[in-house]
Design a protein around this ligand. Structure first.
Ligand code: AMP
Ligand code: MN
Ligand code: MN
Ligand code: MN
Length: 283
C-alpha cells in the first residue's frame, strides 16, 4: 500500500482542486491519501467524492498553524471528523486571523516596499480559498518583483522582511486537542524544516506528546534523505509513531511529485499500523 498523508489543494495554497489532486494521486499509484489543507476542511467533501469514483482511500485531514515558543509550527491531523464543532470553530478563528493578516501583508508591502495591489493579487490567486503567503509569493513572482517563490519569501515574506506579519495561531494544546477531540491523530509536520536547535525540537516533541500528540513526519517531501534516519531515531526515542507525506502543493513545483516517497525506515512504527482501511477511508 502506498500512503501519502500530507497534501494541499486549492482550498488552501495548492494549485489542484481537491478532485484533481485525488485523480492525480490515483494515477501516481497512491492507495491512501490524506488531504491536509492549511487551517481548513473545505476541500474534503469534494475529495471524498472523487476518491469514491476512482477507488482511493481518502483520509480527512488538516494542517493546523500553531504558535509555539515564538515560532510557527505545523500540526497535521488525520482521520478527523470534519463536522466536529470545536475543530470547526478553532479553524474558523484561524481563518479569520488569516483574513486580517492578508490585508496587513498587503498594507505593509505597499508602505514598506512600495508594491501596490498585493492584497487583491493574492486574493485572485487564492480563488476564493483561504489566503496564504504562498498566494502573495505567486503575485510577487508574476509582477516580476521576485525570481521565484523561494526568492519572494526570502525578500518579502519571511520574518524580518517587509511583508512579514507575526502569526497569532493556535496553541499546541489547542491544535492537538481539536484533532484528538475530532477522533483524529495529531502529527508534527516536517520537523526538520523548523529553524530550531535539537534541544528545542526535543522540547516540542515532549510537549506535543503530553498534549496527546501521536506521531511525527519522518518522510516528508521537504526533508532531505540524509535526515530520514535521524528523524526515525528521534521518533523512536520520543516514542512517537511515524508518518509520511509529500507536502504536495501542485505540479508547478517539479521537486515534489505524488507517489515518489521512499518507504519509512524499518525501525519506524507507521501511524497507519492499526488502521482498518474503512476507517482510513473515512467513509
Ligand atoms: P502561511 O501559512 O500563509 O504563513 O504560508 C506558509 C506556506 O508558505 C507554507 O505552507 C509553504 O507552502 C509556503 N512556503 C513557506 N516558506 C516557503 C519558501 N521559502 N519557499 C516557497 N514556499 C514557502
Ligand atoms: Mn503550504
Ligand atoms: Mn507545513
Ligand atoms: Mn503542508
Amino acid at each position: 500500500m502506498r500512503y501519502d498523508l500530507h497534501t494541499h489543494s486549492t482550498a488552501s495554497d495548492g494549485t489542484l482542486t481537491p478532485g484533481g489532486l485525488v485523480e492525480r494521486a490515483r494515477a501516481q499509484g497512491i492507495d491512501v491519501l490524506a488531504l491536509t489543507d492549511h487551517d481548513t476542511l473545505a476541500g474534503i467533501p469534494e475529495a471524498r467524492l472523487a476518491a469514491r469514483r476512482c477507488g482511493l482511500a481518502l483520509v480527512p485531514g488538516v494542517e493546523i498553524s500553531v504558535t509555539w515558543g515564538g515560532m510557527t509550527v505545523h500540526i497535521v491531523g488525520v482521520n478527523v471528523d470534519i463536522a466536529h464543532p470545536p475543530l470547526l470553530e478553532g479553524l474558523t478563528r484561524l481563518c479569520e486571523f488569516r483574513g486580517w493578516r492578508a490585508g496587513e501583508i498587503g498594507r505593509r508591502l505597499e508602505h514598506k516596499a512600495g508594491i501596490a495591489g498585493a492584497w487583491a493579487g493574492a486574493c485572485h490567486h487564492a480563488r476564493g480559498g483561504l489566503v496564504s503567503r504562498t498566494h502573495f509569493a505567486r503575485f510577487l513572482v508574476e509582477q516580476g518583483q521576485a525570481r521565484d517563490m523561494q526568492d519572494a519569501f526570502v525578500r518579502f515574506l519571511k520574518r524580518g522582511k517587509p511583508g512579514y506579519v507575526a502569526g497569532q495561531w493556535a496553541s499546541l494544546e489547542e491544535a492537538v486537542g481539536w484533532i484528538s477531540g475530532a477522533g483524529g491523530q495529531a502529527i508534527v509536520a516536517h520537523p526538520a524544516r523548523y529553524d530550531m536547535t535539537a534541544t528545542k525540537l526535543r522540547m516540542l516533541l515532549g510537549e506535543f506528546k503530553e498534549c496527546g500528540g501521536e506521531a511525527m513526519e519522518v518522510i516528508s517531501g521537504s526533508h532531505a534523505s540524509h535526515e530520514y534516519p535521524v528523524l526515525a531515531a528521534q521518533a523512536e526515542k520520543s516514542r512517537l509513531l511515524s508518518s509520511a507525506g509529500s507536502d504536495y502543493h501542485g505540479p508547478e513545483n517539479p521537486w515534489i511529485d505524488l507517489g515518489r516517497l521512499p518507504p519509512l525506515p524499518k525501525a519506524c512504527v507507521p501511524i497507519w499500523h492499526d488502521w482498518e482501511l474503512p476507517r482510513a477511508a473515512g467513509q
